[in-house]
Every structure is written in structure tokens, then in C-alpha cells.
Design a protein around this ligand. Structure first.
Ligand code: BDP
Length: 695
């Protein structure tokens, strides 16, 4: 068990349970007339034979008890004969139902399109994998968002920016000729959770990706993914017309530039007829963009949207922008730049917004853009790769982070105007909807750098399909599919997972602190980071600790970032007493003796949280050790070792942070709290040539 099989392990179900399931899947009626049908049938045969120990008989019709019938009314006569109501399921939805055909018990997985049937097949397998009953099924499912996308930050030299799972899985050197079987397994895994789009290359894009040679390579991947319902997108470098097109400008209003993009789109669509479109990071962190020519984000996005429009393509324009002219608070910039453009984008443009206004921190309040652009479809962007949450060695299940953001109430249309309703389009009646996750996938044997990081890929996909699902339910599902169905294994693992992200918040950036990591590589604590090219790339800019207190004043008396939220939300965030404590130092600069909800003064509470985070990791180690023998030795040992690393690093974060902040608070440690193991200078002097960087 090296983790390669992800949650699609299909290990045999033991004993009587298996016999029960087998009775429902003795025969399989499923076509193979199209690549998607063939892949669906192959997956069912693989899954059922793995789980049940015998392969069902592939039959043409229902001539025995316990037939599983899969397909669409168009592709399957028995399904057409059942006259099921499938209209409202759309292209990707499906139903799974226990039925009788000529008096014989059967199960039908029906959809309007092959891809819906494939999603239904994966759902059926999941029922078996999680030991759900299958004798009286009546399931109807359709995705709540249209575009469920991974963003790979993969460079053409196979370095993955913020990747902690080895090099890129795209072997550009051997593409387009050699198609690594891993590409198919990647597609299977994504299809199993409903992911239907992938951006192959880094948002810090190389223009080369758009040259004929690389288009051919991308087309080869698109061919592998197509049967699994996955469309390929590419990150486009805004200045490509200059760099690879020989033009003097990339001005989006210049006719020659517009023609260059239109021709480029035509060329790509000749190679990839179902190409999804472009993802663009522009005028952000040094990337070129329309503002270089005095144009707006809308001018830039619309030019590219016009180029792909004739082919049905989309442009996904990122709102992660901040310029050198930082006036006061970086948290305000995206809102300031984008809200005035609401309604100015073409109808095939989506704006992709990170969950919070700074940058994928362990905890951020929801981004104020959600709810503020009713005329522009906003996509959620989550970071699955744990750049700021301990890389691949720390166990941090991101389900609660995603859920917390999605459940946050923007209140722009009264109570209940959650971010999830912005993202699923229901709040503003968006015509386009979607979610993007920055992938944590690499060529490591276990794909994600650690076994538990697979859960973050999984939960992302499930929430992209339905942003209203519960993170705990998904953790259960994943644990059952990945480790074991025994209650005394599932329960402790789910318990560990559910508190793990909060623990990271506690030992890294409690009480609303943020952006305190080591410079550039972002490994380990660096609350002392200051100086350098930009103030907002330092830690001191964010924590603002002085002898008097700590925190970033974003109230109406400070940077006024609070006013970017709907009035009731703004009023709460403006008042320290009404601000949820988890965001206290995000919005407020408060004195060291400020009384927190526990009754402890702020300094004591801060130290308490740091220690609590470390303590949680100790608890996880203990729980995990108790599972020895209940989980295969190979995976158990690696997780145990990673938890030990995590505990060491959690303590490092605690000690370094306390040593640093104590120079401001000048207060003693609360009773019973161990002093930092080393003096502050020790932590400040550490260097990490081995830390995966951003290069
Ligand atoms: C930051 C990462 C950087 C990315 C950037 C982005 O450190 O590597 O390029 O986000 O999202 O968090 O564009």
C-alpha cells in the first residue's frame, strides 16, 4: 500500500457483507460504444471485481436477478424502456435507483449523457466502498456548479510552484508520443469526484506553452482526459503576442494583438476542439497585463474572451492582484480594482477569487468580493497544496477551511447570502459557475506528498460538485475508502482530521494573525521578516506588533477594509467585541492586556493558543499510534513519521513566535507554559536550502 490507488483502492469486502452486495451486481448491462462508456464499464468491472471478489457477467439485457444497468436512454434499450425522468439532471447528473425489470430486481444508473452515467457509476462504487446499503436506492444527483477545476502551478521544466509532491506529472519531454498511464489514473481520480476541468500550467505562465510544440503536447493530454469528462485549459501569459508573436505590443485594444489572440485560439481549437479556454494572472506580482498599456482588467479579459468565444471557450481572469503602489492595505486592492468593473466583462468571462483577501492563509475572513459583483460570475479559488499550512508533512484536513469560507454569510441580500450561494450562482443568478483548486498533485508515488493530503484533493472535488456538503461527512467517506470501514478506525481518524486545520491555525497564526511565514519559501515561522522589495511581503506589515499591542487595524479608524463588506458584516468586524475572536487581530490592533473571551489577557491567550496547537498534534500522534495494526504497516509508518515531524515543527512555530512576540509584549509567560527552547536569535538565524521554493 503505497497510496498510489488513492480512494479508488477497491480492496475486497469481507464475508457476508460481500455476499449481500454481490446479489445486487451479478450482471452488468453497460455499453461500450463510446470511449466514455467503455471507461465507465471498465471502472465498474475493476471496482466490482475488486470489492466483491468476482467479476459480474457482462450481459446484453436483463435476464437474471441482480443486474446493474448503466447508461442513457439513447445508449441503452433497457434504460429507455424504464422511461425514467432524467430531464432535470442536466448533462452531468444521474440517478441511481432500485427497480424491477420484468419482475426481476435490478439497479439502474441512468443519465442524459455518458458522463453523467460515469459519475453515477463512481457514486455506486462509493456506496459499496463506504458500506452503504444498496437494496432500496433512490438517488438523484447533479452538480451545483458547472466548472470544477484544478489549477496546476506546473512549469514547463516540471518544477511545480508551491508543489510538495515531487515534480510535475506532465512529462513534457515525452509528450505527445508517450502517454504515461498515470495520466489515465489522474483522470479516473478526478472523474470519481466530479472534477471536469484542468489548467495544465502555472499561472505564472511561460508564453512557450502557447507555441505549436506545446499545444500538441497539451492536445495529447486532452485526448486522454476527454473520455473522463475533463476539459483542458491553459494559463496564458498576457505578453505572449510580444514574446512568441513578434509583435511590439500586447495592448488589448491594438487590432494586431486582438488578431494574434484570435488566430492563436483558432490554432488551439484545431488541436483541441473542446479546449476550455484561458486562465490569466495579470498585473499581479510582476506578471504582465492590460494595465501595462493603461487598460483595465476588463479590456484584457474581453479581448481574450472575444478570441475564444467563436469556439465556446471561456476566460478565467484572476482577481489576485496587488500592485506596487500599495496605498495602505493590500487586503483592499482586489475589491478596489474589480468592483468598478462589475458588468463590464463579456459573458464568457469568469473572475476567479481566492477565498480570502490576502493569500491562502491558514485562516482568513471570506473575500469581500464575494457578494460585491452581482453581474460578474465569480469563481472560488482554494489552495489545495498546503503552501501556508505545513507543506505535505503536516496533517491538515482542509475541509473545515473550505466549509468555513463557503458557509460564511456575506449578507448582501439579507441573512443567508452565503459564499456558497455566490459560488453556485443562486444568489446573483450567474449564468456561469465554478470552483478552482490549486492542485497538490505531483509525481510522488502517493500523488499528494502524503497520504492525508489526498483527502484535500478529495474534499475539494466533492465541495466543488456541491458547495453545501459537510466537511465531516466527506472526511468520513474518504477515510472509509482510503483506510478502513471499521468504526473504531473511522472515528478516531475523522476526529483527528476535523481538528487538524484549527491546530495549524493555533500553532502558526492564532487569533487572526496572518502572513508570518519564512520569506519566499514560506517554510517555518518568520514573524520577524521585514525589509526587502515590498512592505506587503514582510511579516511586520501584517502583525504590527509594538510594545502597546498587536494586530492590523482594518476598522473604520484604520485601513477601513471592513467597509468592503455588507453593512451588517462591516459593523460586526468594526467592533472588536463583536468580531469573531478567530479574526480579532485580522481586523483590530489591540493591547496586550485586552481581555479575550476566555477571560485571559491577550498575551496569555496567544501563548495558550500556540501551546494548544502543539498539544493537538501530540494528541494526533497518540491517536495514530493507537491505530497500529489496524492500518497497513507501510502507510501507518509514513503517517507516524510525518506526525512526528509536524509536532517538531509545531513546537518550532510556537517557540519562535513566542520568543519574538515577547520582545514586544514584555510580559512573562503564563504559569505552566514552557519557555522557548532556544533564544530568538537562534530561530532567526536558521536557513533552509532544502525548502521547496517558488523558483
Ligand atoms: C502566492 C504564491 C505564489 C503564487 C501566488 C498566486 O506564493 O507562488 O504565484 O500566490 O496565486 O500565494 O498567483
Amino acid at each position: 500500500e503505497d497510496g498510489y490507488d488513492l480512494w479508488l483502492r477497491y480492496r475486497p469486502i469481507a464475508g457476508a457483507e460481500s455476499t449481500g452486495y454481490r446479489a445486487h451486481a451479478t450482471r452488468l448491462v453497460a455499453g461500450d460504444a463510446t470511449p466514455t462508456q467503455a471507461a465507465t464499464r471498465a471502472e465498474l468491472l475493476r471496482g466490482l471485481s475488486g470489492l466483491l471478489g468476482t467479476e459480474p457477467v457482462v450481459a446484453a439485457g436483463v435476464d437474471g436477478d441482480g443486474t446493474l444497468i448503466v447508461g442513457t436512454p439513447a445508449s441503452s434499450k433497457p434504460i429507455a424502456a424504464l422511461k425514467l425522468k432524467t430531464k432535470d439532471l442536466g448533462r452531468e447528473g444521474y440517478l441511481i435507483r432500485s427497480v424491477r425489470v420484468d419482475g426481476r430486481p435490478a439497479t439502474v444508473i441512468a443519465a442524459n449523457d455518458d458522463i453523467g452515467a460515469m459519475y453515477g457509476a463512481f457514486h455506486y462504487l462509493r456506496l459499496l466502498q463506504t458500506r452503504a446499503p444498496v437494496d432500496a436506492l433512490d438517488i438523484r444527483e447533479a452538480p451545483r456548479t458547472q466548472l470544477r477545476m484544478l489549477n496546476h502551478w506546473d512549469n514547463l521544466n516540471r518544477h511545480v510552484e508551491r508543489g510538495y509532491a515531487g515534480e510535475s506529472i506532465w512529462d513534457w519531454h515525452k509528450l505527445p508520443d508517450y502517454l504515461d498511464p498515470r495520466y489515465t489514473d489522474y483522470a479516473r481520480a478526478n472523474a470519481s469526484i466530479g472534477i471536469n476541468a484542468t489548467v495544465l500550467n502555472n499561472v505564472n505562465a511561460s508564453a512557450q506553452q502557447l507555441t505549436p510544440m506545446y499545444i500538441a503536447k497539451a492536445a495529447a493530454l486532452a485526448n486522454v482526459f476527454r473520455p473522463y469528462g475533463i476539459r483542458v485549459f491553459l494559463s496564458a501569459r498576457f505578453s505572449a503576442p510580444v514574446e512568441i508573436g513578434g509583435l511590439k505590443t500586447a495592448d488589448p485594444l491594438d487590432p494586431a494583438v486582438r488578431k494574434w489572440w484570435a488566430d492563436k485560439a483558432d490554432e488551439i481549437y484545431r488541436a483541441i476542439p473542446d479546449f476550455g479556454g484561458f486562465l490569466v494572472k495579470a498585473n499581479s506580482e510582476g506578471q504582465p497585463g492590460p494595465q501595462d498599456y493603461g487598460r483595465t482588467h476588463a479590456d484584457g479579459a474581453n479581448m481574450m474572451a472575444d478570441a475564444v468565444k467563436p469556439h465556446g471557450g471561456k476566460v478565467i481572469w484572476r482577481a489576485f492582484v496587488y500592485s506596487h503602489e500599495t496605498p495602505d492595505d493590500r487586503a483592499k486592492q482586489a475589491y478596489n480594482e474589480f468592483v468598478p468593473l462589475d458588468g463590464k466583462f463579456r459573458d464568457n468571462v469568469m473572475v476567479q477569487v481566492k477565498n480570502g483577501a490576502i493569500d491562502f492563509q491558514p485562516r482568513e475572513p471570506f473575500h469581500p468580493l464575494f457578494g460585491a459583483m452581482p453581474k460578474t460570475p465569480l469563481m472560488m479559488e482554494f489552495q489545495i497544496t498546503k503552501e501556508y499550512l505545513g507543506f505535505a508533512t503536516h496533517l491538515a484536513y482542509l475541509g473545515p477551511l473550505f466549509e468555513e469560507t463557503l458557509e460564511a454569510d456575506t449578507q448582501v441580500r439579507g441573512l443567508g447570502s452565503t459564499v456558497a450561494k455566490v459560488v453556485d450562482g443562486s444568489l446573483h443568478k450567474y449564468a456561469l459557475t465554478g470552483m478552482a483548486g490549486v492542485a497538490n498533485i505531483g509525481s510522488d508515488r502517493n500523488w499528494s506528498g502524503s497520504h492525508f493530503d489526498q483527502a484535500n484533493w478529495y474534499v475539494y472535488g466533492r465541495l466543488a460538485w456541491n458547495p453545501h456538503l459537510s466537511a465531516r461527512d466527506i472526511a468520513q467517506e474518504w477515510t472509509r475508502m482510503t483506510f478502513s470501514n471499521d468504526a473504531d478506525v473511522v472515528q478516531p481518524i475523522v476526529g483527528m482530521m476535523m481538528g487538524s486545520r484549527e491546530a495549524v491555525v493555533d500553532y502558526m497564526t492564532p487569533l487572526g494573525l496572518h502572513h508570518l511565514m519564512g520569506r519566499s519559501h514560506h517554510y517555518g515561522p518568520g514573524p520577524w521578516v521585514e525589509g526587502g522589495p515590498r512592505a506587503d511581503w514582510t511579516s511586520v506589515y501584517y502583525h504590527r506588533a509594538t510594545k502597546d499591542g498587536i494586530g492590523f487595524d482594518r476598522t473604520t479608524h484604520g485601513s477601513d477594509a471592513v467597509s468592503q463588506y455588507a453593512p451588517p458584516v462591516a459593523r460586526a468586524f468594526d467592533d472588536a467585541a463583536k468580531t469573531p475572536e478567530q479574526f480579532l487581530l485580522w481586523f483590530h490592533h489591540v493591547p496586550w492586556d485586552y481581555t479575550t473571551k476566555s477571560g485571559r489577557p491577550l498575551w496569555d491567550e496567544l501563548v495558550h493558543r500556540y501551546s494548544q496547537g502543539v498539544g493537538y498534534v501530540g494528541g494526533m500522534r497518540h491517536t495514530w499510534n493507537g491505530l497500529r495494526g489496524r492500518i497497513d504497516a507501510e502507510r501507518h509508518a509514513q503517517v507516524a513519521t510525518f506526525l512526528a515531524i509536524q509536532e517538531k515543527e509545531a513546537k518550532w512555530w510556537r517557540d519562535a513566535s513566542i520568543a519574538y512576540f515577547q520582545t514586544f509584549s514584555q510580559r512573562p509567560l503564563p504559569e505552566g507554559e514552557a519557555p522557548p527552547e532556544h533564544p530568538l536569535e537562534y530561530y532567526e538565524s536558521l536557513e533552509f536550502p532544502f525548502a521547496p521554493g517558488n523558483g
